[in-house]
Design a protein around this ligand. Structure first.
Ligand SMILES: Cc1cc2nc3c(=O)[nH]c(=O)nc-3n(C[C@H](O)[C@H](O)[C@H](O)COP(=O)(O)O)c2cc1C
Length: 199
């Protein structure tokens, strides 16, 4: 088959061997994530044996509206991974841009050796339905239970159900941060409103 022949792959059609004739430049596959990580960078709290921990997370996506299901990747190298596997609970806390320096430090330190809440000045507050704490400095906090671990062995991917959600009504339009890799973040910009059928 010549390189430009269309070849059926399952029910999809693939064109192989052609290059875009525009000014497109090939992107190293290792950089793809920097374009797709659209969601806000969040903090994930866990608790194990009465000890709380917090990590930074940007690899997450919505899976269902209600009940809200969120898929997220937590590396098995992270201390938080063991707590998630053992306790099946966590809190997703959403920081605004003012917390960005703390968010990066939390994501560059392990709870194995550091008491991160204390070291980085984050205030734990009791959650209602789960053991891991909310974070007072974050404008939204979602209490979660792990509901599906079938892809944990393969991809470190946990599916979480949000069972209780909190936001701070005093903070009207907090700006979130969005990870572009290597210490680069985009900060939420202006809101535009268009007619759309999508909820
Ligand atoms: C901006 C940013 C985003 C991150 N996103 C993730 C992620 O989605 N999944 C993950 O496993 N680690 C992610 N990390 C790395 C963890 O936060 C980091 O490994 C952390 O030290 C783990 O903490 P722990 O060992 O206390 O669990 C991210 C770090 C940063 C700075």
């Amino acid at each position: 088959m010549s390189p430009s022949t269309k070849s059926g792959v399952g029910n999809r059609t693939r064109v192989t061997g052609t290059r875009p004739s525009t000014s497109m430049r090939e992107l190293p596959l290792s950089e793809v994530y920097q374009f797709l990580e659209a969601g806000p960078v969040v903090l994930l709290t866990t608790s194990q044996s009465g000890r709380s921990n917090v990590m930074t997370m940007s690899w997450h996506t919505m899976v269902e509206f209600v009940p809200p299901l969120v898929a997220c990747v937590v590396s098995s190298e992270d201390h938080s991974f063991a707590a998630l596997v053992a306790e099946h609970e966590c809190v997703i806390a959403i920081p605004s841009v003012e917390l960005a320096p703390v968010v990066v430090k939390v994501g560059n330190t392990s709870g194995r050796t550091v008491e991160k809440f204390k070291k980085f000045g984050l205030t734990p507050r009791p959650a209602e339905l789960v053991a891991p704490p909310l974070i007072a400095e974050c404008f939204a906090n979602f209490e979660c239970r792990v509901v599906d671990t079938s892809l944990v062995d393969k991809y470190n991917l946990f599916v979480l159900e949000v069972v209780k959600a909190w936001t701070d009504p005093k903070r009207k339009r907090p700006k979130t941060i969005h990870h572009h890799g290597y210490g680069n973040f985009v900060v939420d910009g202006k809101t535009i409103t268009l007619k759309s059928k999508m909820p």
